[in-house]
Design a protein around this ligand. Structure first.
Ligand code: SF4
Length: 362
């Protein structure tokens, strides 16, 4: 569908949907009712659905349908099939979903390739059931059992695969609940999330016991023209510094790494900014994850439909086709570009952030 891109703005304000849909079953859960109450108190239109089917009522016009979907939060119940965890290498042992979808507008969004249908955000009302289902996965992962550098983290659970949990935290409170739950749980388990948002104030005073690692998902200012509705990069780095000061283990997710003109100077400045934001943190526990830009034919088609005016390069120059172990294809940078990027990042990070542990390059 041909959709004119939304203004590529950065924001420090909490996201508020224009309307909230809540299913009948979601209203049976206190967490679901709490989300509805907070949204209503903020003036959000509340639509109580008679059943459990999400009736979206989106307009036919693709531009308006996209905008309305992105401005909609649905409170639903995660069925047992959704609560069955999937392995999620190389980030973590397991993917745990507190929600699905994200209100921001990034023209490289990886969700375009993973989630189907209109881009509404669904948050799960049965958070307690989701969390209570985690113990069975303890010790079952492959990342921390096979990777010596990460073995001390215990079994790791990634909450940012299908959403940005901090983007919706002011209304949902799901991330705070999960952090506190892991804080009460056991030392050989870790919750992880990565975010392009910056409002960490509600997280600072939680009893996290050092069992949640927050990573800031960052790109140079010059490349944030490919994002919309996210927090400014400087605010994300400042938020990460506050979390580190509050005793959380932290990390940088530099993603997606884009080999556009001027990348070297732009990323050098970004790494310096990150080092400055984390300087002087006592006992800093810092990791770095490096993820190069990639896309599949399916995600490219969706993203070009949502953001036809984006300057993000999804052409064939300096790209090669990589086949995944599941048989699907994705376009990644060619060998020479990958080598130049990797050499640069490993050197620069080693110089500017010598305490950082590099978790993976992909
Ligand atoms: Fe996608 Fe992340 Fe941007 Fe949200 S913040 S639209 S999840 S890339």
């Amino acid at each position: 569908m041909g959709v004119t891109p939304l203004p590529q703005t950065r924001t420090d304000r909490a996201w508020l949907p224009r309307r909230l849909l809540v299913t009948r079953s979601a209203r049976d859960f206190a967490h679901g009712r709490g989300i509805v109450a907070r949204a209503a108190a903020s003036g959000v239109e509340i639509v109580e659905l008679a059943g459990d089917r999400l009736t979206l009522g989106l307009p036919d016009d693709p531009r308006r349908a996209y905008a309305e979907a992105k401005a909609t939060l649905a409170v639903v119940v995660a069925p047992p099939s959704r609560r069955r965890l999937q392995p999620i290498a190389p980030s973590a042992d397991w993917r745990v979903d507190l929600a699905e979808g994200c209100p921001a507008h990034c023209s490289y969004c990886y969700l375009a390739g993973s989630l189907k249908g209109p881009p509404i955000t669904r948050v799960y009302a049965n958070l307690d059931e989701i969390l209570d289902g985690l113990p069975v996965y303890l010790g079952q992962g492959t990342i921390t059992s096979r990777n010596e550098a990460r073995a001390h983290e215990g079994t790791t659970f990634e909450a940012s695969c299908y959403t940005d949990p901090l983007a919706i935290e002011p209304l949902t409170g799901s991330l705070s609940t999960a952090i506190a739950w892991f804080g009460r749980w056991r030392a050989d388990a870790q919750l992880r999330f990565t975010t392009k948002f910056a409002d960490v104030t509600p997280l600072l005073g939680l009893d996290h016991a050092g069992r949640t690692r927050m990573r800031a998902s960052i790109n140079p200012r010059a490349f944030t023209r490919f994002e919309g509705g996210t927090s400014p990069v400087a605010a994300r780095l400042a938020a990460l510094g506050r979390m580190a000061q509050a005793g959380y283990p932290v990390g940088l997710t530099i993603a997606p790494i884009i080999a556009a003109e001027g990348w070297e100077a732009a990323y050098a400045a970004l790494i310096e900014d990150a080092a400055a934001a984390l300087a002087g943190v006592p006992g800093l526990d810092l990791t770095v994850e490096l993820i190069t830009h990639r896309y599949s034919p399916g995600s490219k088609a969706v993203l070009e439909g949502w953001y036809p005016g984006s300057a993000l390069d999804m052409g064939t120059g300096n790209r090669v086709t990589k086949r995944t172990k599941f048989g699907s294809e994705k376009q990644v940078y060619d060998t020479a570009t990958m080598r130049a990027l990797r050499t640069f990042f490993e050197r620069r990070i080693g110089e500017a952030l010598p305490a950082a542990r590099l978790l993976y390059w992909t």
